[in-house]
Structure formats: C-alpha cells, structure tokens
Ligand binder design. Structure first.
Ligand code: SAH
Length: 345
C-alpha cells in the first residue's frame, strides 16, 4: 500500500498523470486530506466512484500511533509515537503566546554525535519518510481539534539531523507550506542543522522563505571539534562561508543556537570570540539553557553566567535572545523520552 501522505503536491501530480488520471486530481486529493482533514476515501465526493475504489485498494492514509503521551503543567505535550516498523520517535507541542509549535523528529536516532545531546545516545537507525514527518503534525492537529486549535508553527529540531534526510524533509516542508496542504507560512517553519554545509547551500538555492537555525555551540574549532564531531568535517570557516552564501542567496538571516554548558563554552572569552566570529553576518544568537541529560556529564550554566554572556554579545551589537523552556517536568531534553523508553526495555 502507498501512503497518500508521502507525496508533495508536485509528486502527487506526477503520480496521477502516470496512472492516467488528470493532473488536478492531485489538488483535489490534497484539499481533502489536508484542508478538510478527511481520512476516508468515501467522503471525497468530487472524485469518481471508480477512482475512489482504486484509491481504497492502493492507498492508505496512515499516521504514527501514540505510544505514550505526557502533558506538562504548562500545556506542553510530549508524545512517543510508534512507527509501522515498531521504531519510536518523539514529537513535542509547545504553546507560545504567538501559536502552537510542533517540534518534529527527522530521523530515528542520530549519527552526529554531539556530546551534550540525548538523541545521539541512540545511533541513527533510519531516516523518516515523508508520511512519518507530516504524520507527526497531523497527530498533534488531531489532539488539538478538541480545543479548536491547530499547529501554527513547525520547528524541525527533534531527534536527528534534518539535512541528513534532506529530500524527505524538503517534501515535508512543501506539504506544510502549500496553501492546499497544511498552509503553514514559510516564516513559521524553521529547520535546524548542526552544519552540513553542502546542504546549507542547497537549501539557500531552494528559494523558500523558511527559517534556518544553525547549532553552533562553540566559537572556535578547538572547542567545537570536541563537543560536535561534525566540525572536524565542516570546520567553522567553511560553515561561516556557507552561512554568508545563504544570507546572500536566500536574503534571509540565520539564527545561531548556542547551548550554555557550565565551564565549557560559557566564559566571557567565549562570548567575545563568538561576537567576533559572527560579526559581518546578519545572524541572531539564541542562547539555550542546557537540559541536563542523566547519562552526560555536562551541567547548565548558572543564571548570572547566562546574563553576562548575553550582555557581552549585546554590547558588541549582536542580536541575542534566550530560549524559553517548556515541559521541564516531563523529560524535556531532546531525545530523553525515547532514550528512557529504550533503556527500560
Ligand atoms: N540536528 C539538528 C536538529 C536537532 S537538535 C541540529 O543539530 O540542530 C535541535 C537543537 O537542540 C540543537 O540546537 C541541539 O544542539 C539542541 N540540544 C541538543 N541537546 C540539548 C540539550 N541537552 N539541552 C538543550 N538543547 C539541546
């Protein structure tokens, strides 16, 4: 069975033409499944009975199943979803005053090996398919239906490296963004990468208005090599060149994410080095309080350190924000829930 959620509109048009249907069938189907949220082919009244029968035989509309659900006192929902092959992934819904933000997983596990991250404790098993990516948002939309709400923003910041699953993540984004898809504005979608530079360039060339965030976490190669092994393949000068290329071609500014790890990367010298590194770009810095992970030795910087770090950057003309934390009472750190589940079984 083919899953209808695995097609971008362009790919569904090609598929329809290849089976002798009119191209506009694809738009009709898109409107049913995304705009109207219909999951039953019988309800698709503008599609001929005979083609509906074919669809029923050949296609399904399947989304991941909820394996566990945790709801935090701040309304954050954290789901462990079960995929068809039994693999489990995490999806989170965060409620900001500006909207409902889905944090989506892009791979089962991750091979990037960042030292501070719970996701990397479990190596990559496989990339997610397009239907598993969009399925995460649809599961959340189903949960929000009772409140007459829906997902308004998507961040691809869950487990995995989205640019290691580039083509599927791009099709996923096209479905999110298309007016007949989930119609989520490009500026409400953010992809976060640890810095795969060829893909940053490809992404720049896509001509989309989607936000790009880069996990930086260290202001020099020596430190970044230590905490993010990917830096040995793509060192900082090459990363900064790719960022400048992105800014020029996409006409968008990036956000640099910087987790503050106590006594590792949170000194005044690091802040000055960081300011110097990104001078000449239009980038923002988003400081992230470290989410302690049981298995890891790192600690979170104390509040004074965080504010001093922020001040040092601001005095040097860098735009900086501190990330708001959600769901700290429910295994908040990235990959924690799945890691816990996998070590329990
Ligand atoms: N691979 C991508 C996306 C997944 S990680 C990337 O590297 O950007 C999403 C963000 O969460 C990254 O900035 C990552 O560095 C951060 N993160 C990982 N572990 C964390 C932890 N324990 N506490 C806070 N942020 C963490």
């Amino acid at each position: 069975m083919l899953n209808l959620y695995s097609y971008s509109l362009n790919k569904l048009e090609d598929k329809m033409v290849s089976v002798g249907q009119k191209k506009f069938r694809a738009t009709q189907l898109f409107k049913w499944i995304y705009e109207k949220g219909v999951t039953n082919f019988d309800e698709m009244s503008d599609i001929s009975l005979s083609f509906r029968e074919t669809l029923k035989k050949e296609y399904c509309l399947e989304i991941p199943k909820i394996f566990t659900k945790q709801v935090s006192s701040d309304g954050t929902i954290k789901l462990l979803l079960e995929l068809n092959d039994g693999n489990k992934i995490e999806t989170v819904l965060m409620r900001y005053n500006y909207g409902n933000v889905a944090c989506v997983t892009s791979e089962v596990g991750c091979n990037m090996g960042c030292c501070f991250c719970a996701s990397g404790l479990l190596k990559k098993k496989r990339a997610l398919t397009v239907d598993e990516l969009i399925g995460q948002v649809l599961v959340l939309n189903n949960l929000l239906k009772d409140e007459e709400k829906r997902v308004t923003h998507v961040v691809v910041m869950g487990t995995g490296e989205p640019f290691d699953n580039y083509d599927n993540v791009m099709d996923f984004i096209r479905i999110l963004n298309h007016p007949h898809g989930l119609a989520i504005g490009a500026r409400h979608i953010t992809v976060s990468t640890c810095g795969l530079i060829e893909k940053i360039r490809d992404y720049a060339n896509e001509g989309l208005q989607i936000n790009l965030a880069i996990s930086l976490h260290a202001p020099n190669n020596e430190l970044r090599n230590k905490i993010m092994p990917i830096n040995r393949k793509y060192p900082l000068d090459e990363l900064m060149d790719a960022v400048k290329y992105y800014e020029k071609v996409a006409q968008r500014r990036v956000t640099f994410e910087y987790i503050l790890l106590k006594d590792v990367n949170d000194s005044k010298e690091c802040a000055i080095e960081l300011a110097n590194l990104i001078k000449g770009t239009l980038a923002y810095v988003n400081l992230i309080p470290f989410n302690p992970v049981n298995e890891l030795k790192y600690k979170r910087s104390d509040e004074k350190r965080v504010h001093d770090f922020m001040d040092t950057l601001m005095k040097r003309g860098i735009n900086v924000t501190i990330r708001k934390e959600f769901g700290t009472d429910i295994d908040a750190a990235c990959g924690q829930l799945r890691a816990k589940h996998e070590t329990q079984i």
